[in-house]
Structures are given as C-alpha cells and as structure tokens.
Write a protein that binds this ligand. Structure first.
Ligand SMILES: C[S@@+](CC[C@H](N)C(=O)[O-])C[C@H]1O[C@@H](n2cnc3c(N)ncnc32)[C@H](O)[C@@H]1O
Length: 199
C-alpha cells in the first residue's frame, strides 16, 4: 500500500508548538527600516513604512501588547518640545511604546549625544539627550506627580567619534573599547536597551 507522508511528519516536527514569527516595530524608520523589524512607523510614507502616523498623535493606531520588540533609530531627537494633557511629549511617547510592547519585550533606541557634532548640526533636531536624561525611565524619583511606567534597564553604551572609528569598530573591536573609554574623544551616539517587565 502506498502511504504518503508530509514533510513535517518525516522531519518529526508535527508535535512542535507553532509559534508566530516575532513582530518588531521600527519607530521613525524612514526609508531605512531596521532589517530585524517586521513593520515600520513614520510620519511620511516610504519603503518599509507600514504605518504612516505622527508619533506625537496619541494613541497610536496600534493595539495594546502588539509587538515582541521595538527599535527606534535617530528618532527621539525629533520629538517636539511640548506636552499633551499636561505631560511632556517625550514621556507620552515612552508610555505609548510601553503600551504597544508585549510584557517581557525590549525596546532598543539610539540618539545623538548632546555633546556630539551630530546632535547640534541638524536644524530639525528638537531635543538633546545625555545618558543621564533616560535615567528617569527606570528610576522614578523625579516628577513623582506623573506615574510613568518603570522600564527595566538592560544596557547603555555611548560611542565616540575618532578618526577611522567605523574601521576600528569592525576590525579591532578591543581597541574600539579602549578608545570608547577615553573621554578625550567626543561622544557621538547613545545606544540604550530597556525592557518592559514581564509581570
Ligand atoms: C533621522 S531620521 C531616522 C530614520 C531612520 N530611523 C534611520 O535611522 O535612518 C528621523 C525619522 O523620524 C521620522 N519622524 C520625525 N518626526 C516624527 C513623528 N512625529 N512621527 C513619526 N515619525 C517621525 C522622520 O520622518 C524620519 O524618517
């Protein structure tokens, strides 16, 4: 008798739980969406943008707990000064990131350091940050009147601009780590990862 088996049966995978692919949103992706992201949000339509939306218009058109991860590159410095319902827009945006992220999901962002050439040389930048600025996201001692979400701190890194930095970073990462600690070189970008607690 002829019996045919499916590929999954032959591979013995039929009992594996089927997990949906992780959903990752790139906020302020422009036309250069992070390759790890499955969706992108931006003010303007372009390749890679799947949600055209002004991030300062809250709530975002996204359901609660939608994403396994969020990334945002070089976007936060474009958030205008000002507040919404008496709360500074930057906090409202972090709260919105929290809302659309699943518990246990992580948020990775980068932004120019306030002391960098990059931060000051672009007239569309509306905010300047140092690593200290973000501390309020996981240490809630300031502004106790606004009960913000308490993110878990995962890691932070500040890279520094020095001649040949992209090459050294790629080819000689140990030397890059030494140069990065030398305050002689100007800071360039802040890289930060936070996590929404799983409970
Ligand atoms: C410097 S670009 C960074 C683009 C991309 N993430 C990258 O790293 O190449 C900043 C992006 O933020 C977007 N942006 C600025 N303000 C925004 C807003 N209010 N809502 C959504 N996107 C915004 C801009 O349209 C732009 O694509």
């Amino acid at each position: 008798m002829w019996v045919s088996y499916s590929g999954a049966q032959l591979a013995g995978t039929k009992d594996l739980p089927v997990r949906p692919a992780p959903r990752v949103l790139d906020i302020g992706c422009g036309s250069r969406r992070d390759p790890r992201a499955t969706e992108g949000m931006d003010l303007w339509p372009s390749s890679g943008v799947t949600i055209v939306h002004d991030a300062t218009r809250i709530p975002w058109p996204i359901e609660d707990d939608s994403y396994d991860g969020l990334v945002s590159h070089q976007f936060l410095e474009h958030v205008p000064q000002g507040s919404l319902d008496g709360v500074n827009l930057i906090f409202r945006i972090f709260d919105e990131m929290w809302r659309v992220l699943k518990p246990g999901g992580s948020l990775e962002f980068d932004t120019p350091h306030a002391d960098s050439w990059d931060a000051n040389n672009d007239m569309t930048h509306q905010r300047l940050f140092t690593p200290w600025s973000f501390r309020e996201l996981w240490v809630l001692e300031k502004n106790p009147l606004y009960p913000r979400k308490q993110w878990e701190f995962v890691r932070m890194h500040v890279d520094r601009g020095y001649p040949g930095a992209p090459y050294v970073r790629r080819q000689l990462p140990r030397l890059d780590r030494v140069f990065t600690r030398l305050h002689f070189f100007r800071p360039r970008y802040i890289f930060c990862t936070l996590r929404k607690p799983s409970h």
